[in-house]
Write a protein that binds this ligand. Structure first.
Ligand code: TYD
Ligand code: MG
Length: 459
């Protein structure tokens, strides 16, 4: 007789399930990410969402469903509300992911502060820190009212009981990797435990109508399951990015059932917690060298928001047969493609040159509008002629070397005008779309050749 299976293997990056151990995950293609875990008995602890009076049995029409403007609470932290799509939706489950130490606990504690100031009842459940440690952090952030309750607990069975009793409007779970359910035999932080715990929290959020925020650490090593495992279960997924050593932080929405994704919020970490950066363009451009070669400002759009970033390129003679290419803050393959376009369409022997391309400020820009800026920066460094500091550039480069139009042209130009730029180099085909012509001079380019001609004329 065949032996009953007692364990399965999970990819701790993406949660892919397999009956046997695999070296590479077929779903996310990460290597060496499989861990063995005991099988979770199906149906254990699953409760119907229909409890607590919400009947889901009869189908209803859209007009029968009533909407309430109170369904969104604003946190008064503008950047946070923006990423959520205009405020916190009641009864939603939101995941806030990010590297350890990036500021997830700080951000959520600040959200707690703003919410409790307005009289909302919030319960902050920490499985990582003691009450004293939370108090030390809270002291740095500022005064709190008594509407905020703290709890150190890791058992979800206990947490459920407390949530039922206390009925807070908002609950924070810091972090999901420390929580466990007694009926799941796997260790806290394992894929099955993290999944089942999130499932329970989902039931609590929908059943009790509590808005829940879950903190999830992104970890590369160890046996802790990453937040990607639970992305599909929650309503909203926010990732906190940024260099731990630099002070800015970017909060990015990657999934949102109640608003648009790809919105970003920009924060700066100070000694008193996170501070909103209301004008990210100014922030990203601070410290820009005047008249340096190989430096071009590009206007990219994140979600609905134009942000100016500085693009730098350094082109120098290669000492080996194989030129070095690096790209920081943008796509490496895209840079290679652009260099091939330059080689073929302009006729510069790029194969003899090393190229280092960098988007300054820690933003990762993958938008095609950056192409033209990368190309201009490469030309500028190659010819050793600087692009005037008050010039802004955007446009997509096609394989034939043509410059193609991009989205939201008008908005990009407006942002440039707002920050005092005097010249804008943009795709020729986009020229007609712009009405504001008196405050900025517009130069339309049709091909990378046109672009290169600008550098040739100057010398
Ligand atoms: P934290 O919120 O604990 O990170 P996470 O929960 O994502 O692991 O933030 C930790 C870092 O933030 C820590 O290195 C110290 C820094 N920090 C400040 O610089 N200023 C502050 O006011 C606070 C509260 C933290
Ligand atoms: Mg923390």
């Amino acid at each position: 007789m065949a032996k009953a299976k007692v364990s399965v293997f999970f990819c701790k990056e993406c949660g892919y399930e397999s009956a046997k151990w695999l070296g590479q995950c077929p779903m996310c293609h990460e290597w060496n990410t499989f861990t063995e875990e005991p099988i979770v008995k199906k149906g254990a602890g699953h409760k119907s969402i229909a409890k607590s009076g919400v009947t889901m049995t009869a189908p209803s029409t859209l007009s029968q469903v009533s909407l309430d403007t109170r369904d969104r609470i604003t946190s008064e932290i503008g950047e946070f509300d923006r990423v959520l799509g205009g405020g916190i939706v009641s009864g939603s489950l939101t995941l806030v992911g990010g590297d350890p130490g990036i500021g997830k606990s700080t951000l959520l504690l600040q959200v707690c502060q703003k919410l409790t100031e307005k009289g909302h009842h919030v319960l902050y459940i920490s499985g990582e820190e003691s009450l004293k440690q939370i108090k030390i952090r809270a002291n740095r952030i500022g005064p709190f009212t008594d509407c905020l309750k703290l709890l150190c607990e890791t058992s979800l069975d206990v947490i459920e009981e407390i949530l039922q009793r206390e009925k807070p409007e908002v609950a924070i779970i810091d972090s999901i990797q420390t929580m466990y359910r007694e009926d799941v035999t796997a260790a806290p932080g394992s894929v099955s435990q993290v999944r089942e715990s999130t499932n329970s929290l989902m039931q609590m959020a929908k059943g009790l109508g509590i808005t829940i925020f879950i903190v999830g650490h992104v970890t590369k090593e160890g046996t802790v399951a990453g937040p990607r495992v639970l992305e599909h279960m929650v309503d909203t997924v926010l990732y906190f990015e940024g260099d731990r050593n630099a002070s800015y932080r970017i909060l990015r929405g990657v999934k949102n059932r109640f608003g648009s994704t790809n919105e970003i919020g920009v924060f700066e970490m100070r000694s008193t917690g996170l501070v909103e950066v209301l004008n990210p363009s100014e922030y990203m451009l601070s410290g820009r060298p005047a008249d340096a070669t190989g430096s071009v400002v590009c206007c990219t759009v994140e979600g609905t928001r134009p942000i100016l970033v500085e693009t730098q390129a350094l082109i120098c003679k290669s000492n080996f047969g194989m030129p070095r290419r690096t790209a920081a803050g943008t796509d490496y393959n895209r840079v290679n493609l652009l260099m091939a376009v330059i080689e073929k369409r302009v006729g510069i022997g790029m194969a003899d040159y090393d190229a280092y391309v960098n988007v300054v400020g820690g933003m990762k820009v993958t938008e095609p509008a950056l192409d033209l800026a990368v190309v201009m920066a490469i030309f500028s460094s190659y010819r050793d002629i600087s692009v005037p500091a008050d010039t802004i550039v955007f446009g997509e480069v096609g394989l034939s070397g043509e410059i193609r139009s991009v989205s939201q042209v008008e908005q990009r130009v407006k942002e440039a005008i707002k920050l005092g730029f005097k010249t804008c180099i943009l795709p020729k085909s986009s020229l007609d779309l712009i009405e504001e012509r008196d405050r900025i001079s517009l130069i339309g380019v049709a091909s990378v050749r046109d672009c290169y001609a600008m550098f040739r004329n100057q010398s």
